[in-house]
Structure formats: structure tokens, C-alpha cells
Design a binder for this molecule. Structure first.
Ligand SMILES: Nc1ncnc2c1ncn2[C@@H]1O[C@H](C[S@+](CC[C@H]([NH3+])C(=O)[O-])CC(=O)[O-])[C@@H](O)[C@H]1O
Length: 329
């Protein structure tokens, strides 16, 4: 089992990131934050996931390609090792974000996260040399893609320990790249760090009970002039319209605010962002989100009205997602 010392080792490259003085306030607190988060080994399944990680064989990667839709890691791996790896990776079920191809094993995840990446990548400022924060990064799929686009350092945060375990499995095989997924929520990032060149918040906004506070927290993470990339569920409608589901939305329990595009644009401006733009609006389809062999639970098609797929099973507008970009003052 990884004890707390060796667990910190996973993040050691990050602690060496003294080249980022703005991050010092946070890095100082990080060891105790990690202790607390992993201390939720109270979390029933963590020992199972940790054991799967511990069983992964060490195989040097001879090729890592982060600029392909299925993040690609390969090396000289025989069938015995491949079977062992696949067995361990499957213990980290459900795999929601991806896809990945690791030593010949294709992890066909619930989400084709590459589709979201393609929708936004040509609209954002170049990530070359930038310090990036990905809030609610899941298992880090987009964080790897950001690195592939030249980011100098990518920090992802996600409080779901299974996502962190999946990231650790991928990084175990990829090697020592400046990308980290921390088992933390946005509320754990010290306020007003003003450290990151680009901050992504994708698929998180509608889970927040207090939308303005989320937009302001994100602004506090950005350096002046930095770029926010915000992706969230929207409804069709005029400025001022917003859906607040009274119960579930597409079977999700924790959905709070789904604004229209012009409403969210005005909220961003109200929070002080400049050059606020909407760069993509796309209906979520079963090509993008579906059950697979690596995510065997229900998925989008089960969450839509079987007679009218324009509606969710609750009778609300079916999921449409939009990407907003904005500049921090
Ligand atoms: N307080 C919080 N702070 C940070 N993250 C949180 C918090 N609460 C929940 N999350 C995390 O936010 C992620 C939202 S998924 C988006 C993944 C990726 N970004 C994607 O765009 O594919 C939703 C989706 O699939 O749309 C989950 O991994 C949560 O654990």
C-alpha cells in the first residue's frame, strides 16, 4: 500500500514547482490537504483501488502521444503483462472520461471527451507555456490534452477519489509529466491566488449551488488577463431565463442552475469578466455519452424520454452544453 510518504511522492514534481511563486501559498497547504483527502481511506473502496494501482507492472513507455483522441501510451509489453494491466484497470470501473489506449488496451469510456476538446481547442488562447488549472477534471483526460497543446504545468482538481486513482494509473504508465490531479474541490484552492494563465471549469457550474460564487472563485484563480474556459449545460431562452430543476435533471440529483446563453454571458460580465464570448453550443448525443464495456451503468439514452428525446425522463429540456470564454480583469 502507498503510505502517506510515497503518496506525496506522486506529487513531488509539483512541490518542486517553486518557479511558480504565486502557487507557494497553496503548495504550503497541500501536504495537509492531501493527508485529509486521502485520509478518507475511510472511503470504502480506496483500498481496492490502491491495491489495483500497486499491482500495475512498471513498464517504460517508448511512445506517449497526447495529441490524439485516445491518449496513447505504448512500450514493449507482452501478453501476460497486458492481461495483468487490463485486469487492474478494470478494477477502477466505471471509466467515465477518456478514451485512452494503454499498452494495447483500449479504454472506451462513457464519454468521448475528445469531442468536447475539439469543440473548444481552436477558440481558446494558445496553451503554449501556460500554467493551467482544470477544475473538476475527472480522471484528467483534458489535462493530458492541455499538456499535449504545450502547457508548462497542468493542475487538475477533483474530489472524486476514483478519478484520482484512474489518473494515477495513466500517469504510472505515461511517466513523469508536469500534470497532476489533486483530490480536492474548488473550495480547497486558496482564494485570490491569481496564479493561473488559463482556468477550465467544464461540467461543474451546474453542480454548484451558488453560481456567482463559482464564477468569482474561478476569477480568483486567474492571473489578471488570464483566460476562463467555462463549459456547462444551458437552456434555450432569453436573457434572464434559467432552469432550476426541482428534483432530478437527467437522473442527476445535484443539478442547480441551467441558464440560457445570454443569461450566463450577463452573469460573467456582472462578475467582472471582460471579452465574454460563447464559442460553441452542442446538444449532447449518444455518440458522445453512452454505456460501454468500461462503464456498464446507465447512460444518456436511459436518461431521455423514450418517446421524445428532446426531453429528459423528468420532462425537462434534454442536455445542451455550451462553451464560454472570458478574460479576467
Ligand atoms: N467542488 C468541486 N470542485 C471541483 N470538482 C468538483 C466539485 N464537485 C464535483 N466536482 C467534479 O466535477 C466533475 C464533473 S464531470 C466533468 C468532468 C470534466 N471536466 C469534463 O468536462 O469532462 C461532469 C460531467 O460529466 O459533465 C466530476 O468529476 C466531479 O467529481
Amino acid at each position: 500500500m502507498l503510505n502517506s510518504q510515497s503518496r506525496l511522492k506522486v506529487y513531488s514534481g509539483l512541490f518542486l514547482a517553486s518557479g511558480w511563486p504565486q502557487l507557494r501559498t497553496w503548495l504550503g497547504r497541500l501536504p495537509s490537504q492531501l493527508e485529509t483527502a486521502f485520509g478518507s481511506e475511510r472511503h470504502g473502496d480506496w483500498p481496492v483501488w490502491q491495491a489495483a494501482l500497486d499491482r500495475l507492472p512498471r513498464i517504460e513507455a517508448s511512445k506517449v502521444d497526447l495529441n490524439v483522441d485516445a491518449i496513447f501510451i505504448d512500450g514493449g509489453c507482452g501478453e501476460v503483462h497486458r492481461n495483468l494491466i487490463e485486469d487492474q484497470l478494470r478494477r477502477l470501473h466505471p471509466w467515465r472520461k477518456g478514451p485512452y489506449t494503454i499498452h494495447g488496451i483500449h479504454i472506451d469510456t462513457e464519454w468521448r471527451s475528445d469531442l468536447k476538446w475539439h469543440r473548444l481547442k481552436d477558440h481558446i488562447q494558445s496553451l503554449e507555456g501556460r500554467t493551467v488549472l482544470d477544475v473538476g477534471c475527472g480522471n484528467g483526460y483534458h489535462a493530458w490534452r492541455m499538456l499535449g497543446c504545450g502547457a508548462e504545468l497542468v493542475i487538475g482538481i477533483d474530489p472524486t477519489l476514483l478519478s484520482v486513482a484512474q489518473f494515477m494509473a495513466v500517469k504510472h504508465f505515461a511517466g513523469d509529466f508536469p500534470v497532476y490531479v489533486l483530490p480536492l474541490g474548488i473550495e480547497d484552492v486558496p482564494p485570490n491566488l491569481r496564479a493561473f494563465d488559463t482556468v477550465f471549469s467544464m461540467g461543474v457550474f451546474y453542480h454548484r449551488r451558488s453560481p456567482f460564487d463559482h464564477l468569482l472563485e474561478l476569477k480568483g484563480c486567474l492571473r489578471p488577463g488570464g483566460e476562463l474556459v467555462l463549459e456547462t449545460l444551458i437552456i434555450e431562452g432569453e436573457q434572464g431565463q434559467v432552469l432550476v430543476p426541482e428534483g432530478r435533471y437527467a437522473q442527476m440529483r445535484n443539478v442547480w442552475f441551467i441558464p440560457s446563453c445570454s443569461t450566463l454571458l450577463s452573469w460573467l460580465r456582472r462578475c467582472g469578466y471582460r471579452n465574454v464570448q460563447i464559442v460553441d453550443v452542442t446538444k449532447t448525443t449518444s455518440e458522445e455519452q453512452r454505456s460501454t464495456d468500461w462503464m456498464r451503468f446507465q447512460s444518456l439514452s436511459d436518461f431521455l424520454d423514450p418517446v421524445n428525446p428532446e426531453l429528459t425522463v423528468e420532462g425537462l429540456p434534454a442536455p445542451v452544453r455550451a462553451v464560454f470564454i472570458a478574460e479576467s480583469p
